[in-house]
Design a protein around this ligand. Structure first.
Ligand SMILES: *Cc1c(COP(=O)(O)O)cnc(C)c1O
Length: 375
């Protein structure tokens, strides 16, 4: 009989490195194990020799990295006997919460900013049966309300302030280290609520047997420090959209605005953890404009075959700029998290493109149209 190699999700895969035990009912959609894709065309566009990879977490079951955290958060909620979960969301957290709640037989309540989430994400929340509450406010208002309501109603918060979320998300760093056989030199990542950068830093730190201020569960007594996978950690570089860049302003932003709706956040909940990740790794935060984001969004799709949502292009956008200006040295091994799938937000891709050409349904017209594109 062949040995079964069926991958069963990240909790099963990293059980010994996650806070679960035999009493934890695992709620999984076989998330994780996402591809690490080498960029073959973009580095030469900036004339730099660099080994650059995209961790395409848009290939998770609901199309974003949020599934990594959600499998942990919902499994731990189920262990506690919770019947309902709640989150504020720019779209992807609500899609993931809705799907995992459906599987666990729980009710998901999701608060989204009115008119500011792409249709793909809204469709997911609705299809999976979440109770969607559209609020007349932004993500930060939703986050505040979620914290308040959870004190007065029997609902479990599954935003990334739930420490189990970051535990699930740290596994992306393990996968990268295993795929490369070492940690990258630089890890570039979009920053919104700042949970993911914090989760990666926990993962990279555990992977090389080091402790970090970012790990809030084990209080400096990490059981995995004796079991390292590698010897170094990357420099962490967090990129924000210029209209929603509290880390660059040094204070929360009142009315964040950006085309990258997933990171349209002015008051990141994991501020201190993200700052610690950047400080400990001797990295930095920087910002990119909406125009730069959309240019990279379309370059990734048209030159690399990687279709992501605008917020996800932020990591590659910032990395290319910092390679060009030498902040990231040539010859480095660079990984970029690409957080969500392009099918989430098709409107933006179509809006920016040339109108689709319509021709008569006859050979002459089709042939002419094809030949006009071949020189
Ligand atoms: C949630 C999200 C982000 C931001 O991650 P944080 O942990 O909030 O910093 C970036 N891109 C996408 C597609 C997301 O869904």
């Amino acid at each position: 009989m062949p040995k079964s190699t069926h991958y069963k999700g990240l909790i099963d895969r990293y059980r010994d490195r996650l806070p679960v035990d035999s009493a934890t009912p695992i709620v999984s959609l076989t998330e994780g194990d996402t591809p690490l894709i080498k960029l073959v065309n973009l580095p030469s566009l900036i004339g730099k020799s660099v080994e650059m990879y995209v961790k395409f977490d848009g290939q998770n079951p609901t199309g974003s990295f949020k599934d990594r955290g959600m499998t942990m958060a919902v499994s731990k909620a189920a262990e506690k006997g919770a019947k309902a979960i709640v989150c504020a969301s720019t779209g992807n957290t609500s899609a993931a919460a809705a799907a995992y709640a459906a599987r666990a037989g729980m009710t998901a309540f999701v608060l989204i900013p009115e008119g500011k989430i792409p249709m793909g994400k809204l469709a997911q929340a609705i299809a999976h049966g979440a109770v969607v509450l559209q609020i007349r406010g932004n993500f930060d208002d939703g986050m505040r309300l979620v914290k308040e309501v959870a004190e007065q109603a029997p609902v479990e918060i599954v935003n990334s302030i739930n420490p189990f979320r970051l535990q699930g998300q740290k596994t992306a760093a393990f996968e990268i280290v295993e795929a490369l056989g070492r940690a990258p030199d630089y890890h570039c990542i979009p920053v919104g609520n700042a949970g993911n950068i914090s989760g990666y830093w926990i993962g990279y730190s555990e992977a090389c047997g080091k402790n970090t201020a970012s790990c809030t569960l084990c209080n400096g007594d990490c059981p995995y420090l004796d079991n390292p996978l590698t010897t170094s950690r990357p420099v962490m570089v967090g990129y924000q959209a210029a209209g929603a860049a509290p880390f660059l302003r040094g204070a929360p932003v009142e009315a964040p605005e950006t085309v990258a709706t997933a990171i349209r956040i002015g008051n990141p909940q994991s501020w201190d953890l993200a700052q610690a990740a950047v400080d400990e790794s001797e990295g930095w935060f920087d910002e990119v404009t909406d125009e730069e984001i959309l240019t990279t969004h379309s370059l990734l799709a048209s030159r690399e075959g990687i279709f992501c949502e605008p917020a996800s292009a932020v990591s590659v956008c910032g990395a290319m700029r910092d390679l060009k200006n030498g902040k990231i040295p040539e010859g480095s091994l660079v990984t970029c998290t690409v957080t969500g799938h392009g099918l989430k937000d098709t409107a933006i891709a179509i809006e920016r493109a040339e109108p689709v050409k319509t021709v008569d349904a006859e050979l002459g017209s089709v042939k002419e149209a094809i030949l006009s594109h071949i020189s």
